[in-house]
Every structure is written in structure tokens, then in C-alpha cells.
Design a protein around this ligand. Sequence first.
Ligand SMILES: *Cc1c(COP(=O)(O)O)cnc(C)c1O
Length: 368
Amino acid sequence: MAIAIPQPKPGILDIDPYVPGESRLPAGVKPIKLSSNETPLGPSPKALAAFRETAGTLERYPDGNATALRDAIAARYGLNPARIVCGAGSDELLTMLAHAYLGEGDEAIFTEHGFLLYKIIVLANGATPVVAPETNLRTDIGAIVSRVTPRTKVVFLANPNNPTGTYISFDEVRSLRTQLPENVLLVLDAAYAEYVKRNDYEAGIELVATTQNTVMTRTFSKIHGLAGLRLGWAYCPEAVADVLNRIRGPFNVSIPAIAAGAASIADKAHEDASAAHNERWMPWLSAELEKLGLTVTPSVANFILVHFAKDGARTADTADKFLKSRAIIVRKVASYGLPDCLRVTIGTEADNRAVVAALADFVGGRPA
Ligand SMILES: *Cc1c(COP(=O)(O)O)cnc(C)c1O
């Protein structure tokens, strides 16, 4: 007879655990880590100073409403602080949204090469993931709309998307919203919004402000350089903010995160410098790799998707090994349905030049 052991809810054992970008190389080699879309400029010095100042008060519980942080975010973007909810990374906010709005029998839609977390949080709630194909590695709103059923409860859309680096215009997002039933929650995950320099892009603030069924999530992990601190925020309709505030941990954002986040969001100059660095080096790296004969998907974010041969000596897997032998760590994206690609984060000037030099040798058939 089988031993009865505690069983998780249906769906949970169908989850493939999330595998983060690699960060280690053998035997003390200091790697060039371009695998997790972190900023090469680091956090704002003002955020670091605010973080350090909290060291004397760590025996205290944080302000459970993260008021100073929500006020700073509201001031920066002209928002109503009552509709901002903060979390331990936008991962926590996305997880809470799935927890609140999805259950057994429900469906949630995301795109073919969408962020892997979506599938995890849908399955974790016993709901059914529904995948909408992309067109040329870009979100196809028609494909999303055509997969809506009476069971659809949530659509998760990363815009720009990770790992493709592509985006859809605000017109398309608005059109998607119009075509979705009103009871479907549209979650706009705008983790890379600050990097996008396109006139037709909008992260989602306007849509959240004017509809009852759209949420935008943002993160301090990318352009703010605070990935290790775990901090994100969501801008929500009042009813959704109320739901999230009922289910979140009462102290889900720590004292250091509140302090550093508030200082960081107020330091527009540091954010601008990080965006300017990316604007300089992302097109440069894309162009240099294309000169080597590699295909690069046009990106608006702080990473690029590089395509390799399907078979033979120049596959993504062999390129990945070659780069590792040069202490360069990038992201394999086979788990995103892109086995012939590698995702490369934009690094410092030296990092970017090292990637080009290494891939030139790889493409040229020179030894690792
Ligand atoms: C990096 C990333 C996030 C941010 O996650 P955090 O939990 O805030 O660190 C969210 N969505 C996408 C698509 C990302 O690439």
C-alpha cells in the first residue's frame, strides 16, 4: 500500500521550478555576468545611503503600508498613492494577483515566449495556462483575443517582453483591452518600461487610470539596480488594490527596501544615466553582433536576443560554452521555447566589448 504523504493542491506538481540566470563559474573566476538583466551602473548612490541609514532600526517592524515609498512613487509619476501596492519584487505582486483572481477551472493567457513566472503562478493556483502564439517574436493581440473563453480570468502581458526584447504600442495595448471582456484582468508587466525610448509606448499608467480591470506592475530590480533587495510596485484600480491589501503579508516590504526604493525613485538623474548608457550600448552591441553575421531581434530593453544556427558547430549551446570559457555568462532561453537563442544583458563598455570579441572568435572558428 502506498504511504499517504501530504499532497499539494492540483497543478503544483506540474510546475517546472524557475531556473534563474547562472552566476557562477568554476574555481574563483570572476565572471562577466550578463544573464539576469541587471544594470551595470548599480543602484543610485542616494538609494545606497538611505539603505545604510536603516541599519540602526532593524529591530523594528516596517511601516506595513510602505507609506513613504508609495508617496515617493506617487509624486514621481503623478499617481494616487492609495492605488499603489508594493511587494517583495514584482514577482510577489504577480503571484498575489494570480492567487487572488485564479482558481481551479479558470484560464489565464500569456504569450508564447512570455516571462516564465506566469506559467508557474497560474499552475500554482490550479488554473489552466493558455499560450497565445507570437508573430515574429512579438505579442499578437489577435492571438490573445481569439483564445479568450468564458473561463478566462487573467491575461499576463510583459511589455516589453523578456526574453524577446520586443514591445507592442500603446494603441495595440488599448485595442487589446477593448477586445477583452470586462471581467478579464489585464496585467501589464512593465519591468523594462524605463528603458523604452519609443513615442508609441506607454507602460500602462493611463489604462490603469481609466479602466477598472487593468493592473500595471513595475520593479526596482532592473533600471533601479536593486534586484537583491526585492522590491516592486503595482498601480491598480481601487478594487484590485483593496484585494491585494487584504491578501498580502502585513509587512511584505522591509525597512531597507522602503528607504532605498523611495530614494531611488526620486533620483531621476541616476535613472536617466542608466537609460542613456543603455541607449548608447544596446544598439552598438546589436549592430556589432549583426556585423558578425548573427541575427539579433530588435530590442527596446536592456538585453538582446541573439540567434544561432539550429545545428552544426555554431549552435546556441556551443556559443554558450564558448562564452563561459571566456568567463562570460549569458542566459540560455530553451525553457522559453527559444533553443537556438541566447539572451545577453547590456553590460559595461568593457563587458560589451568582451562579448563582441568572444563571439567574433566563436563565429570565426577560433579556439575558446
Ligand atoms: C525581471 C523581470 C521582472 C522583475 O521581477 P522582480 O520580482 O521585480 O525582480 C518582472 N517581469 C519580467 C518580465 C522581468 O523580466
